[in-house]
Design a protein around this ligand. Structure first.
Ligand code: ADE
Length: 246
């Protein structure tokens, strides 16, 4: 899968993503991450990419021209690679607090794409006319405002990339973790058996797989009910508890 990030701060995005699991996945060739500098596409002789907003108001706005030309160059390059395949247009995600809130479900949907373009805004945002022309998805990472789109793009790319086959070593872990099935994950323990006088629950040492699975589901339900009652209600609606047989 190919991730393309349009940004004024390529080194920030690449520095963050080219480490640890996502960095190793890129070295292995499971994914590819590139950051293109919007400033390289400005026609302004002083390399300016922003200007005051019409109608007044605080702050500067990113102008349409550099954003559009950056996207055109990138989109043509992607289309060139896909030439033979007659595929759909590459989705362009504008990361913005005005978007749909990102979720595990959205990450799974986006992980099916071959290419994704992320557009990171700065200052007060981007001229609406270019957004109208190129953006296919408006996505937010939560109801709070950050200074730019780079961190949200990195968050989304991390969440999407780890669902791409081969990125995680253990194929199972993307399936069993929190949110994958609508529940938070059960508690986990490693050695030693006793730490600060706290014992690992006996059932986990029993080797009885059916009992371990049952315990884990109970713990996941309990944790979700306590910490995320909204998720618990949704889960119970979809998985009504069967009355136990006597
Ligand atoms: N840009 C600034 N704040 C943001 C947020 N919460 N989500 C996505 N992009 C943003």
């Amino acid at each position: 899968m190919y991730f393309h990030i349009m940004t004024l701060f390529p080194e920030m995005v690449l520095g963050g993503l080219r480490t640890s699991i996502i960095g190793r996945a890129e070295e292995k060739g499971c994914i590819s991450i590139e950051a293109v500098n919007i400033r390289d596409h400005t026609t302004d002789k002083h390399k300016k990419v922003d200007d005051y907003t019409y109608g007044g108001g605080a702050g500067m706005l990113m102008q349409a021209q550099p954003v559009y030309d950056c996207w055109r160059a990138l989109d043509e390059r992607i289309a060139g690679r896909k030439q033979e395949q007659n595929v759909q247009k590459t989705r362009v995600i504008y990361v913005t607090p005005q978007g749909e809130v990102f979720s595990q479900r959205k990450a799974a949907e986006l992980s099916m794409e071959e290419d994704l373009i992320f557009l990171c805004g700065h200052y007060e945002g981007i001229d609406e006319r270019v957004l109208d022309e190129i953006v296919t998805d408006y996505i937010s990472i939560g109801d709070y405002v950050l200074t730019g789109g780079e961190l949200p793009a990195m968050v989304m790319i991390d969440a999407i990339a780890r669902l791409v086959p081969g990125v995680l070593n253990n194929g199972e872990s993307a399936q069993t973790e929190s949110h994958a099935d609508g529940l938070l994950e059960y508690p986990q323990y490693s050695r030693p058996e006793v730490w600060h006088e706290k014992r690992v629950p006996d059932v986990l040492l029993s080797g009885h797989h059916a009992n371990i699975e049952k315990w884990r589901l109970e713990q996941a339900l309990k944790r979700t009910r306590e910490r995320r009652p909204d998720m618990y209600e949704a889960y119970i609606r979809e998985h009504p508890v069967k009355p136990s047989k006597k």
